[in-house]
Design a protein around this ligand. Structure first.
Ligand SMILES: Cc1cc2nc3c(=O)[nH]c(=O)nc-3n(C[C@H](O)[C@H](O)[C@H](O)COP(=O)(O)OP(=O)(O)OC[C@H]3O[C@@H](n4cnc5c(N)ncnc54)[C@H](O)[C@@H]3O)c2cc1C
Length: 404
């Protein structure tokens, strides 16, 4: 293209679109409302804990190939760590501990086939209606569903769940390799992308909130950017923002919260088996993550928890976490509670059927974001893939990939 590609929103979808397009030789300008990039996937210095923490602990799997290609292309992969494909769990009611590995799934073949979508899944089926009575529901399918889809099994689409299970379980051992972010999300997924954009001469404008968009201009709170017929625009914004800036609006989408508790201890956190994470079953908390002296607890589909006061949440999750890793009872340490009230879409049948595609009625205006129609639930992989897909449309290059 000969004009400028304007990308609004510097979350992972916007950054991925910008990196792919800039590397393909397109003139790129990114406009972001916040004073930083990364959106729902970012790190920041927390003054109370005096540590760099993430808004929420994130994990990607080897099956998330587009994410890994993006991280390779920007150099961010150097700040990511691949672990053995072993997922340790503890049941806080019984004290039982077990490990899920590609060769040791705690489920019979019938359940596994059912989770993979065999035989055929009806559109209306939920993860609970399909797998709720299976032997391994509590030990395997429920934690996987909540972690991947941020939606309770009673609401989560069984079709979408099956698609993610096929990618993870049928993709070979590599697909189940967990990748973590020991230096934080921004060091791996955000700062290297900004550096890459800088090296291609792309402009990145922070503190520019888009108010409206027409074929002639992008109107921000602090600037008006005129558009020529050669310019193109990708709006990489979440649905609740898009409905306010687009003249046509956008469908209202149900969302789900994620709550994270970060505890700063006086010593390095050690999880059993030196793992970076530990799954909890029969507990309010879902996953523990260890990074240096910070122990973090993630609660997905946290509708009930998100409305409780922070000190109650901290006390509940600290009690569970310390029991899970065998610490002596102790008062709640320094804690930061992060409530992302609109962490992802609710992945129920109705909401996912309402997702728009990347094209709009204006041929120069495209959409990107984790919530744009795709087989993936709202994840890093969905966000980065949608950014790449929008860049392909804008550059008219269906073969565009993240080049090293
Ligand atoms: C706590 C938490 C834990 C998660 N865990 C995982 C995980 O383990 N694995 C995984 O794969 N995924 C996980 N996710 C999901 C993942 O973080 C998201 O899918 C992804 O970050 C979404 O990226 P995005 O670019 O689509 O949207 P966003 O990150 O929302 O980006 C949108 C950007 O637009 C900007 N913006 C908003 N309004 C305007 C405006 N008017 N003008 C200009 N800019 C604007 C925002 O500031 C933001 O930077 C998690 C999410 C959360 C919140």
């Amino acid at each position: 293209m000969t004009g400028t590609l304007h990308i609004v929103g510097a979350g992972l979808a916007g950054l991925a679109a910008a990196v792919a397009a800039a590397k393909a030789g397109t003139r790129v300008a990114v406009h972001e409302a916040a004073g930083h990039a990364g959106g729902r996937c970012r790190s920041f210095r927390d003054e109370k804990l005096d540590r760099i923490i993430d808004n929420g602990s994130h994990l990607v799997l080897g099956a998330n190939r587009t994410t890994l290609a993006y991280a390779q292309a920007t150099g961010g992969i150097e700040a990511m760590v691949a672990a053995e494909p072993c997922f340790p769990f503890v049941d806080l009611t019984t004290g039982a501990r077990w490990m899920v590995t590609p060769k040791r799934l705690p489920a019979g073949i019938g359940e596994i086939l059912s989770a993979l979508g065999l035989p055929w899944i009806r559109r209306s089926e939920t993860v609970a209606s399909r797998l709720g009575r299976s032997r391994s529901f509590t030990r395997l399918w429920q934690p996987m569903c909540e972690a991947i889809m941020n939606t309770a099994p009673a609401d989560a689409s069984a079709r979408m769940f099956a698609w993610t299970m096929r990618r993870a379980l049928l993709g070979g051992t590599k697909a189940l390799i967990p990748w973590t972010f020991p230096l934080g999300l921004s060091a791996a997924l955000v700062a290297p992308a900004l550096a890459t954009l800088g090296s291609f001469g792309a402009e990145v404008h922070f503190r520019r909130r888009l108010l409206s968009v027409t074929a002639e201009a992008l109107t921000f709170d602090t600037a008006i950017v005129p558009l020529t017929p050669d310019d193109k625009v990708i709006l990489a914004l979440p649905p609740w923002v898009l409905s306010a800036v687009l003249p046509t609006g956008s469908p209202e989408m149900q969302t789900r919260p994620i709550v994270n508790a970060h505890f700063r201890l006086d010593y390095p956190v050690a999880l059993p088996g030196k793992s970076h994470f530990l799954g909890l079953v029969n507990a309010a908390g879902h996953w523990l993550f260890a990074r240096g002296d910070v122990l973090s607890v993630t609660v997905s589909a946290a509708d009930a928890l998100a409305d409780r006061p922070n000190d109650e949440i901290a006390a509940l999750l600290w009690d569970e976490a310390s029991r899970a890793i065998g610490l002596a009872p102790a008062p709640v340490p320094l804690a930061r509670i992060m409530k992302e009230r609109r962490a992802t879409l609710a992945h129920d049948q109705t909401t996912i059927a309402n997702r728009p595609g990347p094209r709009t009625a204006n041929p120069n205006l495209f959409l990107a974001g984790d919530w744009i129609e795709s087989p993936w639930p709202c994840t890093i992989e969905a966000a980065i893939s949608s950014g790449l897909a929008a860049a392909r449309l804008v550059t008219n290059r269906a073969d565009l990939v993240f080049e090293q």
